[in-house]
Design a protein around this ligand. Structure first.
Ligand SMILES: *Cc1c(COP(=O)(O)O)cnc(C)c1O
Length: 374
């Protein structure tokens, strides 16, 4: 039996009717740019994340860019970030004009290793940009302490972590600003691109709002050089419907994760994602560390079981960053992760049979016995 890595059609079956109605309402109003649903969603996301403000933007990548620009970051500045993430994390720093400065990861969580940050701080450093990878928060307390000590901003890349928690506080409310993505494969996904910036700082929220519409709050008067980066009213209307279901979907992802944790626990060649006790992990991905990873991937693919390598090449080793001078061996943990990680299906609508199929294929590959039946 084939098992997809993600099947959004099942979610559509659940919420399609309600979403059609929400879309119809926008179509009737013809208010496509910054319609009332955008403001409503902003208020709901701010409350969901525990921040005073939220500003809808065109994508998660732009959320990062506009957050950095709102902080006044640009050419000549440096921003410290992780070596192991989706490209947009680093790309957004570069698009702001600043230089990304990469730090290796903690091998357990795949998130930035806080103990390696301080030596990378220079007089040009303006911010630290941790990523809550796969839906688990980075270890924020030491990061926030370092930031306070050096007067640096903290921009959270929470693109994969909406609703994730660290010691009782939600992703997006921990740093100076939080950045979210509504790309369709994220836990809260739109029907196209979308993003949001969260913050408790009114001045920064205002700046992001101005930056998303060409740098002006009064029509045709521009205080800054901004962007065209608004969240569409249509996307906001769709996301408003989906947000009501998000916690239920998250619980199902967590149940799927518990099943895999149990069913793969005894395999010595596989490490399941550890729980460090920081709080709620929302499992945008369920990522294993696996011996003979490439062979396992080929076997799963042969059987039609969805899997993917997030991510095969650390950020400092990307071709476009060759001029920054990083070389193999600089980020041993990120490089090892790139060789060993593999993500398997975790989406909320997975059936028990499908989960058993995934587990069976992995156990079969490692010569383990048949899956533990629940
Ligand atoms: C998806 C993602 C982004 C970018 O979001 P887009 O909406 O696709 O622009 C940034 N960082 C991380 C970690 C992501 O997973």
């Amino acid at each position: 039996m084939a098992v997809p890595l993600l099947d959004l059609k099942r979610q559509w079956e659940e919420v399609g009717r309600e979403i059609r109605e929400a879309i119809e309402e926008v179509l009737k109003s013809q208010w496509f740019i910054l319609g009332p649903q955008v403001k409503e969603l902003e208020e709901e996301v701010a409350s969901y994340c525990g921040t005073k403000y939220a500003v809808g933007v065109a994508s998660g990548s732009d959320a990062l860019l506009l957050a950095l620009k709102a902080l006044g970051i640009g050419p000549g500045d440096e921003v410290i970030t992780t070596s192991f993430s989706f490209f947009a994390t680093a790309g957004s720093i570069s698009r702001s004009g600043a230089k990304p400065v990469f730090v290796d990861i903690d091998p357990l969580t795949f998130n930035i290793d806080p103990s390696l940050i301080e030596p990378k701080i220079t007089s040009r450093t303006k911010a630290i940009l941790p990523v809550h990878l796969f839906g688990q928060c980075a270890d924020m307390d030491p990061i926030l302490e370092i930031a306070r000590g050096h007067n640096l901003a903290v921009v959270e890349d929470a693109a994969q972590a909406i609703g994730s928690e660290y010691k009782g506080r939600r992703a997006g409310s921990l740093g100076t600003l939080g950045c979210f993505s509504f790309f369709p494969s994220k836990n809260l996904g739109g029907f196209g691109d979308g993003g949001m910036v969260t913050t408790d700082d009114q001045e920064l929220a205002n700046k992001v709002e101005i930056l998303r519409r060409h740098g002006g709050s009064i029509e045709y008067h521009h205080s800054m050089i901004g962007y065209n980066s608004r969240l569409d009213t249509l996307q906001a209307a769709i996301l408003k419907v989906k947000l009501k279901y998000l916690d239920g979907w998250t619980e199902r992802r967590q149940e799927n994760a518990r099943y895999y944790d149990q069913a793969l626990r005894d395999l010595s060649e596989v490490e399941t994602p550890p729980d460090l006790g920081f709080g709620r992990h929302i499992y945008n991905q369920y990522t294993l560390r696996a011996k003979r990873r490439d062979e396992l991937k080929a076997r799963l693919q042969e059987k039609g079981i969805g899997c993917k390598i997030y991510y095969p090449l650390p950020l400092p080793l990307q071709e476009c960053y060759r001029s920054l001078g990083y070389k193999e061996g600089d980020m041993p943990q990120a490089e090892r992760a790139a060789q060993e990680v593999i993500s398997i299906p975790i989406f909320p609508e997975l059936s028990q049979r499908e989960k058993e199929e995934v587990v069976g294929a992995i156990r079969d590959f490692y010569g383990g016995s048949s899956p533990i039946s629940a």
